[in-house]
Design a protein around this ligand. Structure first.
Ligand SMILES: Cc1ncc(COP(=O)(O)O)c(C=O)c1O
Length: 483
């Protein structure tokens, strides 16, 4: 250990005792733990501007008292067992709760951090990419490039909307692949940050947000946090029921619409081109912005995906969100908002309240990777792989059906999961599956209102694990479906 902050008792006159008392106090307070190395006599002598012999005398005092041990050529460390009474021992363990401060938490959020999906032997979570497919070696060279030729100006404060070369690459990609033009790009630390900021800027208490009846809870939580009430739109096998949306707009103070039009989360249906036009006209007529969460656009199989609603947005009311969590991995915390210029400046300005800007080094590396073509190569590879896994899952489930199991599903055109009708015991099946080491969610995890739960559907993600794992996991699941 190099540095140790010490608090001295000024009433002690002997210098070595003053120092030994301060070190002992640091041990009692838990600043250094049993078995941890203490600073060398040279370092501590320099730090305190005293003679090394004084430090040695202080350490010898602590050795004599049993607080410190020393071994030849290994310096000094805290004793394994402290010569301390039980009350003090409790204090060093930091588990003394009796006189802890009790916080006045005004906005508690009860996010469940219990056992994450990736800790299960078989992870059928719907939206997980397979991180092992990511070309880490290839990406390393772009991180190295970013470090070898750093953009000193951009690495400083300022340029808060995003790193210019990254914005150029993303704009080019969105224009070519998703037909999005005439939008300003704001770089964010993932879609969640975007949703939070948009909620804070556009919503207040008393406002309503129309959302799909079955949907993405983290987005809902961010919008609710801004004070809004969520109103569920009925769903059909073609996305949302547009007539129901119109009715809701007439009845409620709807100020924002949050949709996942391409691969509806979690049911994987696509809102048809015709319905998109109707939804857009309603939004225009009633002056309601649309958040379009296009979270897994690339993973569409066999045909071209429909262009986003943001690609045909003459009024500039679509706020388009795109995340790198599925394309790369969730830990990258990178996403973009493509939005009309008139809102972009408000988003950038509000973001400075919580974070100045997104990580510039990462944006630089990803921009270089995109320019090199590696980004699209990876996407093609991942899409081919997910297509195979999708086929594997469909084949296994079809053999279950051939063998007499009463499950139903439609093969999705895209996305990373199947929405499977298992009859009437979905929640029980998901629970029992967890006990067998399979992470599976039932429809109750996605409903805005539990009274809509028909307890029929489970969601089976196919992208995040190998075909072997899919086969093994489904084999374990089969007896649960059979009851
Ligand atoms: C519907 C939906 N939107 C967005 C995201 C991505 O969010 P983020 O960019 O915050 O990781 C996910 C990821 O699971 C998602 O399922």
């Amino acid at each position: 250990m190099e540095t140790l902050t010490l608090d001295f008792d000024e009433t002690q006159t002997k210098l070595y005792l003053k120092i030994s008392n301060a070190i002992r106090q640091a041990i009692v307070n838990g600043a250094v733990m049993p078995k941890e190395q203490l600073p060398s006599t040279r370092v501590l002598a320099e730090q305190l501007s005293v003679n090394r012999h004084t430090i040695m005398a202080a350490y010898n005092e602590l050795i004599a008292q049993g607080w410190v041990k020393t071994k030849q050529r290994q310096g000094y460390s805290v004793a394994d067992i402290l010569p301390i009474n039980s009350a003090l021992a409790d204090k060093t363990k930091h588990d003394n709760t009796a006189n802890k401060h009790s916080w006045r938490v005004i906005k508690p959020s009860n996010h469940d951090f219990s056992r994450p999906a990736n800790e299960y032997a078989f992870n059928f979570a719907g939206g997980n990419p397979d991180i092992e497919l990511f070309p880490f070696n290839e990406f390393r060279s772009f991180i190295n490039d970013a470090l070898n030729r750093p953009s000193i100006k951009a690495l400083n404060y300022g340029e808060n909307n995003g790193y210019e070369p990254f914005i150029i690459e993303v704009s080019k990609y969105l224009r070519r692949v998703r037909a999005i033009v005439n939008k300003e790009i704001v770089v964010v630390n993932g879609t969640q940050e975007a949703l939070y900021i948009i909620g804070q800027i556009l919503l207040q208490s008393g406002d309503c947000v129309a959302v799909e009846n079955l949907g993405y809870r983290p987005a809902w939580n961010a919008l609710k946090n801004a004070g809004a009430e969520l109103i569920g739109i009925k769903q059909t096998d073609q996305g949302i029921d547009v007539a129901d949306l119109e009715l809701l707009i007439k009845r409620h103070n709807i100020r924002l619409l949050y949709l996942t039009p391409l691969h509806q989360y979690p049911t994987t249906t696509t809102i048809s081109a015709q319905h998109r036009v109707q939804i857009y006209r309603l939004a225009q007529q009633y002056n309601i912005p649309i958040i379009e969460d296009d979270y897994d656009h690339e993973f569409h199989y066999k045909s071209q995906p429909l262009p986003p609603m943001a690609a045909n947005d003459p009024s500039g009311l679509v706020i388009y969100l795109s995340s790198f969590s599925k394309i790369m991995f969730p830990g990258i915390r990178l996403g973009v908002i493509a939005v009309d210029k008139s809102l972009a400046s408000h988003i950038v300005s509000y973001r400075t309240l919580i974070n100045h800007k997104a990580n510039v080094l990462l944006q630089d590396a990803v921009a270089r990777w995109m320019r090199d073509g590696g980004f699209e190569r990876h996407l093609r590879k991942a899409t081919r792989c997910y297509l195979k896994r999708r086929k594997c899952m469909i084949d296994v489930l079809n053999t279950f059906i051939d063998e007499g199991l009463t499950i139903k599903f439609t093969s999705p055109k895209g996305g990373m999961a199947l929405w499977v009708d298992v009859g009437e015991r979905a929640a029980e099946i998901a629970q029992l599956a967890k006990e067998l080491g399979l992470f599976i969610l039932a429809e109750n995890a996605f409903h805005l209102h539990q009274y809509n739960d028909e307890n029929k559907f489970i969601r089976l993600g196919f992208a995040g694990q190998s075909e072997e794992k899919i086969q093994q996991g489904l084999k374990l699941l089969k007896p649960l479906l059979n009851k």
